[in-house]
Structures are given as structure tokens and as C-alpha cells.
Ligand binder design. Sequence first.
Ligand SMILES: Nc1ncnc2c1ncn2[C@@H]1O[C@H](COP(=O)(O)OP(=O)(O)OP(=O)(O)O)[C@@H](O)[C@H]1O
Length: 241
Amino acid sequence: MIEFQRIQKNYHLSGQKAYEALKGVHGIINRGETVVLLGPSGSGKSSLLNICSLLDNSYKGRVIIDGEAITKTPEFSVGIRREKIGLIYPGFSLVAAYTVFENIEFPLILNHVPDEIRRARVSDMILKLNLEKYEEFKPDQLPVELKRRVVVARAFINRPAVVIADEPVADLESSDALSLIDSINQIGKETGSAVLIATCDAELTLGCDRIIHLHDGNIVEHVPLASVHRSKISEALPWGI
Ligand SMILES: Nc1ncnc2c1ncn2[C@@H]1O[C@H](COP(=O)(O)OP(=O)(O)OP(=O)(O)O)[C@@H](O)[C@H]1O
């Protein structure tokens, strides 16, 4: 579970008034729930994700992960992030010298998971993302779509409390994008992670549980999707698509 409370984020540009990117936003994402943070470019999505990922500790407000309030010290953040957070960010940040298997295994090594359990978990995740044929490949040998799948596998391998994804499928074709979002949603339910996905593409909300709609640094509303039919998504959103 992740909760963010009264989050305010200002950017200070020299010689100018502080720019308010987030204006006191609240939200909660429960374990096993996939929530899409939807908003146009510049609405504050990345700013909020960086705070929830504990990559940015210069903000007002509070982040709570699995009931624990996050202390804003870098040392504390590194430990919590390693143990409780999986990241799917636009840069792949895969280790070029490692194989697909080793890249996915890496978070388990950092968390001291015993060898046998590690291997079993990685093999299982590789099956889930249809990466069996590429286990021994290095990232540079893979097309973008497969690299994206490896990044997703690595994010969930440690069964984290929270998975944060910033535009996880931005450079993929529509059918690949929908299929990978579907995998993120399903694996999140299996690992019991709270999943927060930022995108400006409302089509990608299909199959997710809820939309948090962000506009100009404010949360406009929360839209539960269980009862909204695909063709009605645009009507359910005040700013349309
Ligand atoms: N480091 C920074 N310094 C100054 N202003 C910033 C900085 N980062 C973001 N901003 C501004 O804060 C606002 C919110 O940016 P943010 O990147 O969080 O939005 P976003 O919804 O993720 O947009 P995009 O989808 O284009 O990345 C924007 O107006 C942006 O220009």
C-alpha cells in the first residue's frame, strides 16, 4: 500500500517566483490495485512519481508505504526503495553486461534472497513475460518491446509493496502497449503490489482498477473503472481524450 498526503512540490528557478508543480495532492493505492495517474503533459505526473518512488525528497507532505511514514533522509530511502519499491522508468537502466536472466535476478541478490529461491522466481517471471527464448541475451540484443518486458519483470521480481511506472509503454505500438499494461496489471495482482502507472494516454487505462486524474498540479477526481465500459472511458473523464 502507498499513500501520499498533502503533497506540495515547488521548483525554484533562479530569479523567478517558485513554480508550484503539485498543489497538495492526496491519494492511496492498496496492494493488488492498479491505478493510472492520468493527465496531460506538464500536469505533474513525473513530479508525483519521483516523490512516491523516494527519488525526490524535497517536497511538503507525507508518503506512507505499508503503514510506515517515510523519513526524508537519503539513507533511509535507499533501503526502503530496494526492499519495497519496483521501478519502471523511461530509461531502461538495464545492466548492459548482464543477461536478461541476470538483470531480472539482480534485485533478489540485493535483497539477499537465497540462490535456489532466486532461480525459481526468475524462471517463473520469465515465463509470465514470455521471455524464455531470450534468457541468455544481453539488453542491447533486444528490441525495445522486449527490453520493456525485462524492465517489468525486474520491477516485480522482489514482490514489492509498490510498483511505480512512468510512461512504461510510451514508445511501443498500440497492441504491444496494451498487452504490456495488461501484464503489469495481472502480475501486480499476483504479487499483491500497489501499482501506480503515469500516462497521458487514456486508452491504457483499460483493465486497470482506477484513474487518478491530475490537472495543473491538482487531483481533479478518482474514477473507478470496474463499471466503465471501454467505449465510455472518454465520457468518464472530464477532459476527454
Ligand atoms: N526540474 C524542474 N525544474 C523546473 N520546473 C520543472 C522541473 N521538472 C518539472 N518542472 C515543471 O513542473 C511541471 C510538472 O512537470 P512534470 O514533469 O511533473 O509533469 P508531467 O505530467 O510528468 O509531464 P510530462 O508527461 O511532459 O513529463 C511542468 O510545468 C514542468 O515544466
